[in-house]
Design a protein around this ligand. Structure first.
Ligand SMILES: NC(=O)c1ccc[n+]([C@@H]2O[C@H](COP(=O)([O-])OP(=O)(O)OC[C@H]3O[C@@H](n4cnc5c(N)ncnc54)[C@H](O)[C@@H]3O)[C@@H](O)[C@H]2O)c1
Ligand SMILES: [Zn+2]
Ligand SMILES: [Zn+2]
Length: 370
């Protein structure tokens, strides 16, 4: 069977004149940079035997959705339903889906993966030849009443009985992203000094999951004092507002001029990546997490002799089953990242709150569908 992720979706299929679509739903639709609307769309249907149709119970908004709205991700075209995170209930499965059935409660991974291609076999689901990060990007996403999930067997997870579904929404993207792209790629070790640039949901999730490895110090940098305060409560040993202070000097003097062992970039702008280059110590790891829309300067004139490693990664979500266990066993409580709750139909107000994070003191918003 051939699979074409760009096969026409239901919303692209022309309805013959005189035929009324009676299966509509509401969804958050992207209409080009700076433009979005909560509007009617046809309810999706199964396109492939490996698909599942999921009725969304809870979803959220990601920093990446804001990058899309800024125009940083040009592959996202007018008419696309945004969103790549959420939990829901299976409405229907294709004939080849064996692990899920109608009525199952599921966690949706932000990465859809076939589990069979060369990249999937290496555990690099993000580069699945037929999937990867496609939800709310190349195919319609989860900020809707229903979503079609390709390769359901490999892209959904059963929600254990009694689990906190709001906490699990944090497992669709931000926890595996922060852990895989930041903590694992940064090779955080016991005793390390770690700097995390950006105390947004991803930076804070990196702060929480870095503590699996008992680093000696975690320095959090942001321009939002409220987020830095939250970071302190989540275990940061030093917080610095990069607007107020000479950030490089402060980190270098704090580390006895050595620099940090791990610098995690969790913003996605040139200034913060270049800050990581300035504060990295000999033998250190710069782990980029941010989605970048502009080129950054690589300062090899200072870095060439420092034995450093720079990593980039699109989240693979290979650690989701492990993270799910840490959450259901209450070793990790990502629900503490949730600050605001809205009905799904009020998603435009939720975007406003998420976009004005400093004023509204927003971290993650939860949107619940009735
Ligand atoms: N690599 C991946 O697979 C992947 C997956 C998901 C998200 N991301 C990216 O990770 C990044 C973080 O995501 P998020 O949801 O936490 O985003 P966010 O926008 O909520 O958080 C970014 C934080 O950076 C801070 N910031 C902005 N400018 C700064 C500066 N000059 N110095 C210090 N801090 C500054 C902001 O105040 C904010 O707290 C985004 O770029 C997002 O697109 C990457
Ligand atoms: Zn995301
Ligand atoms: Zn694959």
């Amino acid at each position: 069977m051939s699979y074409n992720i760009l096969a026409p979706e239901p919303n692209k299929i022309k309805t013959p004149p005189g035929v009324k679509i009676n299966t509509e739903m509401n969804a958050l639709v992207y209409h080009g940079p700076g433009s979005k609307a909560w509007e009617k769309k046809p309810k999706p249907s199964l396109l492939e035997a490996t698909d599942a149709l999921v009725k969304i119970s809870k979803t959220t908004i990601c920093g990446t959705d804001l990058h899309i709205l800024k125009g940083d991700v040009p592959e996202v075209t007018d008419g696309r339903i945004l969103g790549h995170e959420g939990v829901g209930i299976i409405e229907e499965v294709g004939s080849a889906v064996t692990a899920f059935k109608k009525g199952d409660r599921v966690l949706i991974s932000c990465i859809s993966s076939c589990g069979k291609c060369e990249y999937c076999k290496k555990g690099m689901y993000s580069h699945c030849e037929k999937g990867g990060w496609i939800l709310g990007h190349l195919i319609d996403g989860t900020q809707a009443e229903y979503v079609r999930i390709p390769f359901a067997d490999n892209s959904l997870y059963h929600i254990p009985e009694g689990a906190d579904e709001e906490a699990l929404v944090m497992l669709s993207d931000i926890l595996p992203t922060a852990f895989e792209c930041g903590v694992l790629n940064g090779q955080v070790k016991p005793g390390d000094t770690v700097a995390i640039i950006g105390a947004g949901p991803i930076g804070l999730a990196a702060l929480i999951t870095a503590q699996f490895y008992t680093p000696a110090e975690i320095i959090m940098v942001d321009i939002d004092d409220n987020r830095l305060e939250v970071a302190k409560n989540f275990g940061a040993t030093l917080t610095i507002n990069s607007n107020d202070e000479n950030i490089i000097e402060k980190i270098m003097s704090h580390t006895g001029k050595k620099g940090v062992d791990v610098a995690i970039e969790a913003v996605g702008i040139p200034a913060t990546f270049e800050l990581c280059e300035s504060i990295i110590g000999a033998g250190g790891h710069i782990a980029n997490v941010g989605v970048h829309g502009k080129s950054v300067s690589l300062h090899l004139e200072t870095l060439w002799s420092k034995n450093i490693t720079i990593t980039t990664r699109l989240v693979d979500t290979v650690t989701t089953p492990m993270l799910l266990k840490t959450v259901t066993s209450k070793k990790l409580d990502p629900a503490k990242l949730i600050t605001h709750r809205f009905a799904l139909k009020d998603i435009i107000a939720a975007y406003d709150t998420f976009q004005n994070a400093a004023k509204e003191k927003t971290l993650k918003v939860i949107l619940t569908s009735e």
